[in-house]
Ligand binder design. Structure first.
Ligand code: PNS
Length: 165
């Protein structure tokens, strides 16, 4: 059984992530989405909210499971007996950061490869941070994120408006 881990913040999951997930799920027997619990990085959504949104958005992909991890990714990969790390690669701006991470992970755990998956061209510009920023100033991001995420972003936006009025 070929198991891959798809780690990330997923704050929140976007249509680009889902596209990468759908493509990866055809290559590997099992994909574990690993949502990072990072105490030093301020997230818009709690870990539970992120996991719940992923669960609903990825329900149509049969060989995907969702979990969380904290600490070193390499330890988590060993625990899950994974053979690969999945990372989405959009444009050249992602490359330096992703290459750096892949090299660090190779140094720590040489037997595991990082597989870069490119999404459909329609999703190449989507990022979690861009979606958050746009929705917090009232943009409609319904085409960029799964419906459950769109709803959650609208609620955050409404909450931020009522705080300022
Ligand atoms: O979606 P993100 O925020 O780009 O994901 C980054 C993530 C979670 C994959 C990365 O920060 C990570 O692997 N964190 C765990 C700590 C670790 O293992 N660091 C060494 C590899 S850089």
């Amino acid at each position: 059984m070929r198991v891959a881990v798809y780690p990330g913040s997923f704050d929140p999951i976007t249509n680009g992530h889902i596209d990468v997930l759908e493509r990866s799920s055809k290559i590997f027997d099992r994909i574990i989405i690993a949502v990072v619990h990072n105490v030093t990085k301020k997230a818009m959504f709690t870990l539970d909210e992120r996991v719940d949104m992923i669960r609903q958005s990825a329900a149509h992909i049969p060989n995907v499971e969702i979990s969380c991890f904290s600490g070193l990714l390499a330890n988590y990969l060993i625990e899950k007996q994974a053979c690969a790390i999945i990372r989405g690669l959009r444009t050249v701006t992602d490359f330096e950061y992703e290459m750096h991470m892949a090299m660090i992970n190779r140094e720590i755990i040489p037997e595991i490869d990082t597989i870069f998956v490119t999404s459909d061209k329609n999703y190449i510009f989507i990022s979690s941070s861009g979606v958050k920023e746009a929705s917090m100033v009232g943009a409609n991001v319904a085409n960029l994120v799964p419906p459950v995420v769109n709803q959650a972003l609208k609620q955050k936006y409404q909450a931020s408006i009522s705080l300022t009025t």
